[in-house]
Design a protein around this ligand. Structure first.
Ligand SMILES: *[C@@H]1O[C@H](CO)[C@@H](O)[C@H](O)[C@H]1NC(C)=O
Ligand SMILES: *[C@@H]1O[C@H](CO)[C@@H](O)[C@H](O)[C@H]1NC(C)=O
Ligand SMILES: *[C@@H]1O[C@H](CO)[C@@H](O)[C@H](O)[C@H]1NC(C)=O
Ligand SMILES: *[C@@H]1O[C@H](CO)[C@@H](O)[C@H](O)[C@H]1NC(C)=O
Ligand SMILES: *[C@@H]1O[C@H](CO)[C@@H](O)[C@H](O)[C@H]1NC(C)=O
Length: 949
């Protein structure tokens, strides 16, 4: 009765509904459903996904649509809504105005991965036929309504990744004794991962007889694991990791014959693990990491021969590595580090063809490294550090082509470091420190091209450092301290440009002078070459080490003046103590006798400065010439060629200057653009118009015609200018728009580029439709691409090319959405109106602050603009005054969630989130006010490549 009345009222109010009723046969119930959906829609802000949710009057279609045709809605044959599926649609708002009582036939409600707020509707239990309910990955808060207990048909319930608070009420679960009809009796999959739920896990949960998967990981549950779970005979996956659970694992768990995946890591569980785990079922995953377990590891853990991932690290397990692991060929990832395991690894371990990762560090294992490791060809990480392993490194493990990390440190290994170590071509981390290795370091170490960390400290190594170490150009940390090494420090160490954390050569017998090339290590933070026999004076270049914050040169035979600047202004006297005769302004040292200090020291320093200026200068000079020419071209009447050193040549004489295989001719471009008809114009900038030219061979090109020539001003060029253009056409990089050539004839001067189908990044980000296509992984790729391009222009081109106008407008997108930097090196050419080009370089909002007051256009200006661009890619829009707030330190920290482009789905994988945080921090480092503090593009590109894979 009430329902009928309400229907009537609504119909009376709505002409649309009248027409709907007039045209089609529709039950009272489905009217209610449509109405309920529309009411909900009306309560939400504009949602693109709900566009199809319209009443017939608004729809153009002749046959009146029912709600059954709306996106996300499924009906049964009788026209009842049975499914609402709006998962992954960016839905925002609350469920408050969704009248659940209107959907008595609903079987599935799937709203996962959206931006829903508010609470789970109190009356959700009214959906008495519901079988599937997924609200995961939203921003729902409040507690779980008790009416959930009414959902007796639901087999899957997932509210993971919401801010749901409160406890699990025992009444949600069936009552074991009196068989009441309530409780989630049909549940197979119960998922409450990463919510704010807490309290004890009720013992009644064990009455869920059909339970297959239970995931309560990432909450604040405390107390014991309910022993009643042993009654859930169908249970296959049990995840209780990352809670505060205490007590021991109930022995009943071991009788669960279908259990394949048990994850209990990061809790406060203790006591012995039931020794029968694995006896009755085929485990694939067993995770016991980070608890307080003691006793032995379950001996039959791999009895089912399916165990792939086994972690038990950070506990107090004792005894040997379980027998059943020896022939456990299915192993994929194993972590046993930080326990008290004993026994002999050469006896307890076998051959594991699929093993990629094994960490047994910090146990009490003995024996030698078995040669059978050589058969684990998939191994990427092998750590046996902190044990009592002895013997030599077997040749076999030097054939592990995929090994990325080898950590054998803190053992009793002896013998020489084998020459074949150079075979480990993927090796990134090699730690052999704290052993008894002797002999010389093999020169082959230089072939470890991917090495980032090399620690050979605290051994008995002798001989000198092979200069080939300088070939390991990715090294970030190098430690050879506390050995018996001698000879000089090879200057090639200065090539280790990425050295960042540590260079430690202390406690050896190195002699000779400190190579001045060490000053090139501008990223290095800690330098320790103390306790050697180094002599001579300290090279002034060490004061160029901009990142250095710890230096120790003590206990050597150094003499002469201490350099001035950077680390030498903040170092402590003990950093230089016990040398032969150092002098300088540091407390505790004699002031230098001026006649010996100023000339030598001063000169060397100033010479160095001059080279820096000169090399920057050459880049600047090249730019200046380019600009000079075009300023000249565009202001011919007031400027004179006599300002140029070279005499101008007439471009007309070089009637067509082509670097495009010589194939495309001037006439073809004219033909293809119908004489630069606006029909073919695809864009316009300050510099002129860009045309799309489809060439006779089918190739599509972008032609940029320079505005200054429109008026028919004759063109005069210098050889330098033409050479410069030639150089630009020679740059080849996958992230740089290819400049095919340049032509100047008659009244048309134009540059010919590769054509980019998708237009500029700025355009893509501005359009909601296009921006959504750029998901996070793609945006990461765009950032990487631009970084690679700029690194190439700055560091691989001779002379280096400074772009000067990095902005989202100058990043073009090809058909597969790969980023291409355009307009490099031509920024100046294309600014004919800028009479003083240094007064304003680049695009407003991207230009480095120093450009406001200095002529110093350095590559660091590009780095700054790159930082702005990165934020723009993350935010989906220009960061605006966020930058000045960051610089003024108004904002202490930025929550990445607050700035990320809200047009993309709110929920992202943790890995992606971590990457985005990392990228944001890189961007912030680019925005530092002081150009010197900004990283180089090479470093940035390197970090992005290394840390993002
Ligand atoms: C539970 O379901 C019954 C019908 O099975 C219904 O009458 C009742 O209102 C529901 N309770 C709640 C709290 O939703
Ligand atoms: C969820 O809870 C966390 C931690 O309490 C909080 O930081 C976050 O802002 C909350 N999110 C929402 C959307 O309420
Ligand atoms: C839930 O979040 C909303 C904002 O989305 C807030 O207004 C409300 O107070 C929160 N409720 C609870 C119980 O935290
Ligand atoms: C477990 O092993 C499988 C390979 O069998 C792998 O795909 C999966 O990611 C692993 N899980 C964990 C948590 O390591
Ligand atoms: C090794 O891994 C492959 C692919 O995951 C799998 O098919 C194979 O069964 C595994 N080998 C063993 C011995 O488990």
């Amino acid at each position: 009765m009430g329902k009928q009345t309400r229907n009537f009222v609504t119909i009376a109010f709505s002409a649309a509904w009248l027409s709907l009723l007039a045209f089609c046969k529709i039950t009272a119930e489905s009217t209610t459903e449509a109405e309920a959906l529309l009411r909900w829609k009306a309560s939400l802000s504009d949602q693109p996904i709900l566009q199809s949710w319209v009443t017939p009057a608004q729809s153009n279609s002749s046959t009146a649509p029912s709600q059954c045709k709306w996106s996300g809605i499924t009906c049964d044959a009788a026209g009842n809504v049975i499914e609402i599926n709006l998962a992954y649609t960016g839905l925002r708002g609350t469920l408050e105005n969704l009248d659940l009582s209107s959907f008595p036939n609903l079987l599935r409600l799937d709203l996962k991965v959206n931006q829903l707020t508010g609470s789970v509707p109190e009356n959700i239990g009214i959906l008495s036929k519901l079988q599937f309910l997924d609200l995961s990955t939203n921003s729902l808060n409040g507690t779980l309504p008790l009416s959930l207990a009414n959902l007796t048909q639901v087999y899957e319930l997932d509210v993971s990744r919401n801010n749901i608070t409160g406890e699990l009420d025992p009444q949600l679960f069936p009552d074991g004794n009196n068989q009441s009809k309530f409780g989630l009796i049909s549940i197979k999959n119960l998922l409450f991962q990463d919510t704010l739920l807490g309290g004890r896990i009720p013992n009644e949960i064990g009455n869920l007889k059909n339970l297959v998967l239970m995931a309560l990981d990432g909450n604040s549950f405390y107390g014991p694991i309910p022993p009643s779970l042993g009654n859930c005979s169908e249970l296959s996956i049990l995840r209780l990791a990352r809670n505060q659970l205490t007590g021991s694992i109930p022995p009943a768990i071991e009788s669960l014959s279908k259990l394949t995946d048990l994850r209990l890591f990061t809790n406060k569980l203790s006591g012995p693990v039931p020794q029968g785990i694995g006896n009755h079922s085929s485990l694939t995953d067993l995770h016991l990491n980070k608890n307080n377990f003691s006793g032995q590891l379950p001996p039959q853990v791999c009895r089912g021969e399916k165990l792939a991932n086994f972690t038990a690290a950070y506990n107090s397990f004792t005894g040997p590595i379980p027998e059943s692991l020896r022939n456990c060929k299915s192993l994929y990832r194993v972590r046993l580090e930080y326990n008290q395991l004993t026994g002999y690894i050469d006896k307890d371990l076998g051959v594991y063809p699929n093993l990629t990762y094994i960490d047994m560090g910090y146990n009490k294992l003995r024996g030698e490294i078995s040669s059978t490791w050589g058969a684990c060809q998939k191994l990427t990480l092998l750590r046996i550090d902190g044990n009592m392993i002895s013997g030599k490194i077997p040749d076999e493990i030097l054939q592990l082509k995929q090994l990325v990390e080898l950590d054998l440190s803190s053992n009793q290994l002896s013998g020489e470091i084998p020459k074949q170590i150079g075979n480990l071509s993927a090796l990134s981390i090699l730690s052999l420190n704290e052993n008894k290795f002797s002999g010389q370091i093999p020169a082959d170490i230089g072939t470890l091209y991917n090495l980032q960390s090399l620690d050979l400290s605290m051994n008995m190594l002798s001989g000198s450092i092979p200069y080939q170490v300088g070939d390991c150009t990715k090294l970030q940390s190098l430690n050879m301290s506390q050995n018996y090494m001698n000879g000089t420090i090879p200057y090639q160490i200065g090539n280790l440009f990425f050295l960042q954390d540590l260079l430690d050569l202390s406690y050896n017998s190195f002699s000779g002078e400190i190579p001045s090339q060490l000053g090139k290590l501008t990223n290095l933070i800690t330098l320790n070459i103390s306790h050697n026999n180094l002599s001579g004076s300290i090279p002034n270049s060490l004061s160029d080490m901009l990142s250095l914050s710890n230096i120790n040169l003590s206990y050597n035979c150094l003499e002469g003046p201490l350099p001035i600047g950077h680390i030498f202004n903040s170092a402590k006297p003990e950093d230089f103590s016990n040398n032969k005769g150092l002098c300088g302004k540091i407390q505790g040292f004699q002031p230098c006798n001026t006649s010996t200090t100023e000339p030598g020291g001063g000169n060397e320093k100033s010479k160095h400065v001059t080279t820096v200026v000169a090399s920057l200068g050459s880049a600047l000079f090249a730019s200046l010439i380019l600009v000079g020419i075009f300023v000249f071209l565009s202001n011919k009447k007031t400027k004179h060629a006599s300002n140029e050193e070279e005499s101008p040549a007439n471009c007309n004489k070089l009637s067509s200057l082509w670097y495009f295989n010589g194939k495309i001719v001037y006439e073809d471009i004219h033909e293809a653009t119908k004489n630069f008809n606006d029909m073919y114009c695809i864009g316009e900038g300050a510099s002129g118009k860009v045309y799309k030219a489809e060439m006779p061979g089918g190739q599509v090109l972008a032609v940029k015609r320079l505005r200054s020539q429109v008026d028919g001003i004759a063109i005069e060029c210098t050889k330098t200018f033409l050479n410069e253009i030639a150089a630009l056409t020679e740059t080849r990089h996958r992230n740089i728009v290819k400049l095919h050539g340049f032509s100047s004839r008659g009244k048309h001067t134009f540059l010919v580029y590769e054509f980019m189908e998708k237009g500029s990044l700025a355009d893509m980000l501005r359009s909601d439709e296009e921006a959504i296509k750029l998901d996070w992984p793609m945006r990461v790729e765009i950032i990487k691409g631009v970084a690679q391009a700029l690194s190439y222009l700055h560091h691989d081109c001779v002379p280096p090319i400074i772009h000067r106008d990095i902005s989202s407008k100058n990043v073009l997108m090809c058909s597969n959405l790969e980023a291409h930097v355009s307009d490099f090196g031509t920024a100046k050419i294309l600014e004919p109106d800028a009479s003083n080009w240094t007064a304003f370089a680049g695009t407003y909002g991207y230009a480095a602050p120093e450009l406001a007051y200095t002529m110093a256009v350095t590559e660091k200006c590009d780095v700054y603009s790159f930082g702005v661009l990165v934020l723009e890619v993350l935010m989906g829009k220009h960061p605006g005054d966020l930058i000045s707030k960051i610089q003024a330190q108004y904002v202490e920290s930025i929550n990445i969630k607050d700035i990320l482009d809200s047009r993309l789905p709110y929920s992202i994988e943790q890995k992606t989130a971590d990457e985005l945080v990392f990228i944001m921090n890189l961007a912030l480092s680019c925005l530092q006010v002081s150009p010197q503090s900004r990283p180089t593009m090479r470093i940035l590109a390197h970090f992005l490549e290394e840390k993002m894979s």
